[in-house]
Design a protein. Structure first.
Length: 62
């Protein structure tokens, strides 16, 4: 099997790979904002769908 490598640059410079989130500095704050909004929306939906806790009358306690 023959391996083919890309030609090297004549000046010997090799570009470094950037970490995923530092490639676009706006990405992390946007993802955090979306995650926070989703958490708030899910929490609100769960709280609304929970059965209401009506005060128990004194007569029904007996």
């Amino acid at each position: 099997m023959v391996e083919i490598h890309p030609p090297e640059r004549p000046d010997g410079f090799e570009p470094r790979e950037r970490p995923l989130l530092s490639a676009h500095p706006w990405r992390l704050p946007v993802l955090l904002a979306i995650a926070f909004a989703a958490t708030v929306a899910i929490t609100a939906a769960v709280v609304r769908s929970a059965p209401g806790r009506a005060p128990v009358s004194h007569a029904s306690k007996r």
